[in-house]
Design a protein around this ligand. Sequence first.
Ligand code: PRP
Ligand code: ZN
Length: 285
Amino acid sequence: MKELKIAIQKSGRLSEHSRRLLEECGIKFSNGAGVLKTTSTNFPVEILFLRDDDIPQYVEQGVADAGLVGENMVEEKGRDIKVVEKLGFARCRLSLAIPREEEFTGPDWFEGRKIATSYPSILSAYLKKNNIKAEIEEISGSVEIAPGIGLADAVCDIVSSGSTLLTNGLKEVITILKSQAVLVSNRNISEKKTRTLEKLLFRIRAVKNAKENKYILLNAPEKSVEKISEILPGMKSPTILPLMEKGWVSLHSVVREDDFWERIDMLKEAGAEGILVIPIEKMIK
Ligand code: PRP
Ligand code: ZN
């Protein structure tokens, strides 16, 4: 098999975003309902649609060469696979939650209680580390319902928006692990597949960089250019174009999304006018 087999979640929190990421990397594939395996028409990958819980195992065994999966699953399954890159989406946390009406007294609250979870390995490590003796009730889904039906006293499950906890009358009391989607790979893939994986990684980084940055254009008096350039580190240094109006220039650069608003304020103070901020589609560093 020459194509790189890449596993993504069939349906769930990660699936939509995983498909989109591959599409944004320019990889075309058919995406019909019920399709479990498809080959891209323009990139040497075969995409397998699997349960996210199974992805670490399949990647370790080489059934898939690579996969997009949550760090939570990688950690829980403890498989010998390589985490190639953090992807910055599907951010969530693995938390302990208890019925809303309970008074939380600290980690001791869990002593002697029963906790329902799909993460027995991470949970038992946490309990052990904190010297708490509690019973773990392993279930594979709909964990949040467990206290409501008398199956357990508490849950240890993934929280993203928190709405599942809320609708089930639970409150989050301890965060055990923070997670996001990652690209993982098998440790022994062929040279050819390694090259494909590197190509894919290059594209993933370009998409990620683009999302983390914005293109910025502004007008400024010539005398402020130096000061403004310091505020805008950009990719290398800003592009400066003369304006028709004497003594004025147009400055083009790139700003990071995370400190974007602070930079805008600084730019205004330094004399910038007519600031335009534009999304970037791909960014190759
Ligand atoms: C998790 C968890 C909750 C939901 C929480 O499911 O089990 O059902 O997400 O999200 P919320 O805080 O936004 O309501 P996940 O997709 O991780 O599990 P699955 O793969 O077993 O379906
Ligand atoms: Zn799952």
